[in-house]
Design a protein around this ligand. Structure first.
Ligand SMILES: Nc1ncnc2c1ncn2[C@@H]1O[C@H](COP(=O)(O)OP(=O)(O)OP(=O)(O)O)[C@@H](O)[C@H]1O
Ligand SMILES: [Mg+2]
Length: 246
């Protein structure tokens, strides 16, 4: 078990965005989090990765209690996330987008050599299939490539666990498949993955286990087969909020 959340609750005023949610992620797996629009998925990510403090509950990463720890501290421990709305430095070259987190993670502490840093950045860009784009400005990349650049920037922090918030959101089916190939490669390289995803085909294909949130509560957890047969899940996904989105 690499990550464990116990009874995590996050409120915004009267709204309980995450309601007493407990789950764990096993080392080396791809763990999926699904649920209708507004179910609390991103809020749960924000709490786990230190952007919000939970109102209740505790979070453990690799045996350490990380509740309330700040994002940069968590990145040092090996826990990194990406954002639903991608945030690359658009006015910077693709390679510089990857060099920034490399230096932020390593350079200052170890006095990382510039040549080594560039080599590492190129290695990561090659890994996500963007090496040919290294000299382009990030703003010139199509959406699917921006999502892969976002993953490259997260990999530059050398995570043990990567949390991906809808990495396939708004992509064409072809771009989606390309991003998911990268996600599988990242896992195969030894990084545990937790992924939020709306597309059922994608999530059912890629995950070992899935947790389903609805109105902040965990309503189901299991293998893709178990989840797809679960009555509560089917009900939640037949609701209007899901149709409005997809
Ligand atoms: N900073 C905030 N302040 C107030 N309410 C918030 C805040 N962030 C999220 N919420 C509310 O919390 C609930 C859960 O939102 P969240 O973004 O976590 O859902 P989600 O499952 O990620 O949805 P989506 O699929 O649309 O990304 C929603 O009702 C949302 O409006
Ligand atoms: Mg979200």
């Amino acid at each position: 078990m690499i990550l464990e959340a116990r009874g995590v609750t996050k409120r915004f005023g009267g709204l309980v965005a995450v309601d007493n949610v407990s789950f764990y992620v096993k080392e080396g797996e791809i763990f999926g989090i699904i649920g209708p629009n507004g179910a609390g998925k991103t809020t749960l990510f924000n709490v786990i990765t230190g952007f919000y403090e939970p109102d209740e509950g505790r979070i453990f990463f690799m045996g350490n209690d990380i509740t309330g720890k700040k994002p940069h501290k968590l990145a040092k421990l090996g826990l990194t996330r990406t954002w639903q709305i991608v945030k690359p430095f658009l006015g910077m070259k693709v390679i510089d987008n990857v060099l920034v987190p490399i230096y932020a993670t390593k350079g200052i502490v170890t006095g990382l050599d510039e040549r080594d840093a560039i080599e590492r950045a190129e290695e990561i860009l090659d890994f996500v299939g963007l090496l040919h784009r290294k000299e382009n400005l990030a703003e010139t990349l199509p959406h699917g490539e921006r999502k892969r650049l976002e993953i490259a920037r997260a990999l530059a922090t050398e995570p043990k666990m990567l949390m991906l918030d809808e990495p396939a959101g708004g992509l064409t089916p072809k771009e989606m498949d390309e991003v998911m190939e990268v996600v599988k490669k990242v896992r195969d390289s030894g990084v545990t993955i937790t992924i939020i995803e709306h597309n059922m085909r994608v999530i059912m294909n890629i995950c070992e286990r899935i947790m389903v949130l609805n109105f902040g509560e965990k309503i189901a957890e299991g293998t893709p087969e178990e989840i797809s047969r679960n009555d509560d899940v089917i009900k939640a996904y037949l609701g209007e909020r899901f149709h409005a989105r997809s």
